[in-house]
Design a protein around this ligand. Sequence first.
Ligand code: ADP
Ligand code: MG
Length: 607
Amino acid sequence: MHDIIHLLPDAVANQIAAGEVVQRPASVVKELIENSIDAGSSSVKVITKDGGKTLIQVIDNGCGMSETDARMSLERHATSKISKASDLFAIRTLGFRGEALASVASVAQVVLRTRKPESDLGTELVIAGSNVESQELINCVSGTSLAVKNLFFNVPARRKFLKSNNSEFKQIIYEFQRIALSNPDVEFTLEHNEEEVYNLPRTNLKQRIVHLFGKAINQNLTNIETETSIVGISGFIGKPQFARRTPGEQFFFVNNRFMKHPYFHRAVLSAYEKILPPETIPSYFIYLEADPDTIDINIHPTKTEIKFENELAVYQILVASTREALGKFNLMPSIDFNTESAIDFPVVRRNDPVPNPEVSFNRNYNPFDEEVNNPYLQGKKEQDNLKHWENLYQRPPVHSDGSENFEIPAQQTIPVINNSNADSLVQLKNRYILTPVKSGLMLIDQRRAHERILYERYLRSFAMNYPVAQRTLFPETVEIDQADYLVLREIMEDMHAIGFDIRDFGSNTIVIAGYPDDSKFENPRELLEVFLDQFKSSGNDIKINVRERIARSLAVAGSVNYGETLSQTLMQEIVDALFACESPGFSPSGKAIVVIMGIEEIEKRFK
Ligand code: ADP
Ligand code: MG
């Protein structure tokens, strides 16, 4: 058994700008977990108490340390990772300064227990404020456990400046997330005050993201992938509709190390330009691979800011690949088979801000051209244009091998409809529209499909400030109850924006002179009633945008119902309009609209 730690020559030590390694509990967590990763661990357990102020303990199953190494590891500039200055420029391990443990040991009470797998006995070292209090040979599991107690116990001034337990723990979570995201093949747990906060099994990157940020994110990610001679890019980016008002899900890694890079952040944002709801930030998990010679990771003592030799080129590559990845969203039902368990139906985050749908402007727009000016015709035209969508994606759906009878089109596939001959649409149970597609039989839920179509149409007209077509009528006077009247008064302006012509006559009386023309209702009063019921039950969480609630409620109120017989023409219209939608896969409340019964499945049944 040979010892592997040596002291750095002074010259190198000086080349490394001496920075404060330990600023707060989170910095200790980061250094300790990074050491565990560097030690080749496949499992890392993090235990914290009181925001890390009372206890931070990291237990790993890595290579462990010999008795001498254990003692050396706590000396300043003791490292096993680099030995000459040039090594600094080819760093692949996370730590290299050899000062983390020494710094921690100088400001806390540290208990180190470690054993190499091939040794019979391990070592226990107790140190407080750099004084070795005891060193013993002990029986312990192989790997390393490092407990850091009462951080800054001997530097009261610094201890006083720590924030509340909660906010220190939040910082710990951030560090933990960053490391967990760069090591999905390592199992992690995080415990705070005896409660488990994360339990992350080893898995792939996508699932790691889901375990960290919740199932809802699963359907809202698409992968980004580009290989160039300057930089390799991989990872996932979030749908514009999923963008949130608060930052927290934006991650850059370079050579698997988390970095902050405001300039590259702007590159990503610029790719989302115009398709992002105002004041929201998209999620992204972007991994850059670059030749270590072309980046300088040493410009900042805590190493989160990294300088690239060719920043402009990387910026441009980032913009282009983000755009490309975003392009994939628009045409695809976003269902994903890349999950471990059964299919996850998407969860709509109720509190999330409303998407402003992407709007493309017609530069040839002429307000005096009657046909173009008529929003109804405009909508129709748009649909006709989009009838050719099927040419865009001819790839047949991928099938899962699950025992399900029905399959859902997987990500990146769009059902190809073979209905050159009309009448290929069949209605089943007045509930589903059936049509053959290349890969089998497609079933569409009529009601959910119509909801999706109307919903996107309403959002679009909100975004364009252009009401949908209006059915006008002789003004009809309607008396509604007090509660409805108050609700309606508050959203009057938005109702106008979407195609209602309603006037307030005071004392619970309104006059309806027009309403959106695409609902099933002949009677505006009926539409309004159903709409208001929906709207009221959609919750009045102020975080949900009112227009989103209106669009959703109106879509639900105005859509065809189950039990309604649909004509060929109407079915055809629904199918066409559905696949012209941005997200044809799901109803506004996140339920599946389309299911494909694969040809193989059908054949199997005839065996
Ligand atoms: P650095 O990581 O920059 O080398 P540290 O002070 O963090 O410096 O650690 C010093 C040395 O202690 C490391 O180089 C490594 O050899 C050893 N070490 C620290 N933590 C562990 C661990 N969890 N398992 C095995 N060896 C470790
Ligand atoms: Mg280290």
